[in-house]
Design a protein around this ligand. Structure first.
Ligand SMILES: CC(C)(COP(=O)(O)OP(=O)(O)OC[C@H]1O[C@@H](n2cnc3c(N)ncnc32)[C@H](O)[C@@H]1OP(=O)(O)O)[C@@H](O)C(=O)NCCC(=O)NCCS
Length: 249
């Protein structure tokens, strides 16, 4: 059996070497560019990998003015198999924990690594958890780690507080994301329920396939995934003892 090691780093512990490894994992396994159907946003060549440099990772994911930023990773036999970046900030005297990036190596998916990374990232003071992602599995992993189950999402909480919470984020792309979906606009008939319009035209082929599978056996509370948009998943964190776990076979 492979040796599985989870590690957490913050502040000056997040060295350039660590970011180099994170950038490589992202560049090879995050996803590929799609196309803006309206052609109003110039996007890199469709099908080419979405890429980030280590300096962009530092600038965009580890802002100096954040209350806390951390990086967690899991290695299997010393090989980087998955990682996550998170940023924490305060809202109404509560700690918001927002996952800004979550990537698992394609060879090691569907083995619970994303869920375990987020469980490892979680800290006792976390009161609100959030993620913007086009991948349903990222939202499901967040649900498992912070609230027990995707069905315990409270649309009312997202509707009431998403804007206020995100307005305080030290992460620029979270602060600038435009809420969309029927939770935020009753006239929205697109099928989106809880989404953000980030104009991020990553290819949705895989996330849409996963969404189809997920909807076959459970309620999916966040609605459709539209081009240029991501799901917005946000929950009040449940105490660890109250989380519902998948039943063992
Ligand atoms: C999203 C991602 C991190 C998930 O990683 P993972 O290690 O495969 O996820 P897990 O095995 O922990 O699964 C998490 C949940 O998603 C479900 N899931 C994962 N892959 C699935 C699939 N292909 N089909 C259906 N469900 C799936 C799991 O069953 C689990 O749900 P449950 O606990 O409620 O049963 C991984 O697919 C990835 O890196 N994708 C590319 C990058 C990306 O889109 N990241 C998110 C943006 S920040």
């Amino acid at each position: 059996m492979a040796k599985q090691v989870f590690e957490k780093f913050r502040g000056s512990e997040i060295t350039d070497d660590i970011l180099e490894g994170a950038a490589k994992l992202f560049n090879e396994h995050y996803g590929v560019w799609g196309k803006d159907p309206s052609n109003s946003n110039p996007t890199p060549k469709p099908g080419s990998h979405v890429k980030l440099s280590k300096s962009r990772l530092r600038d965009q994911y580890l802002p100096n003015n954040a209350y806390d930023c951390c990086y967690v990773r899991v290695t299997l036999d010393d090989r980087l198999a998955g990682n996550a970046f998170a940023c924490r900030w305060r809202w109404q005297n509560k700690v918001v924990c927002w996952v800004t990036q979550l990537v698992v190596h394609a060879d090691f998916r569907e083995q619970g690594l994303a869920r375990h990374l987020l469980e490892f990232l979680r800290e006792d003071g976390d009161a609100v958890f959030g993620i913007m992602s086009s991948h349903p599995a990222a939202c499901l992993a967040g649900a498992r780690a912070f609230t027990g189950n995707i069905s315990s999402v409270s649309p009312g909480f997202i509707q009431a507080y998403a804007q206020a919470i995100m307005n305080l984020s030290p992460i620029i792309y979270v602060r600038d994301a435009k809420l969309c979906g029927s939770l935020f606009d009753q006239k929205d008939t697109s099928g989106a329920i809880s989404s953000v319009d980030t104009q991020f035209f990553v290819d949705h082929t895989e996330p849409l396939e996963v969404l189809k599978v997920v909807r076959q056996d459970r309620d999916w509370p966040l609605g459709e995934l539209l081009d240029g948009c991501e799901f917005l998943f946000m929950v009040e964190v449940k105490p660890r003892g109250c989380l519902t776990r998948p039943q063992p076979f």
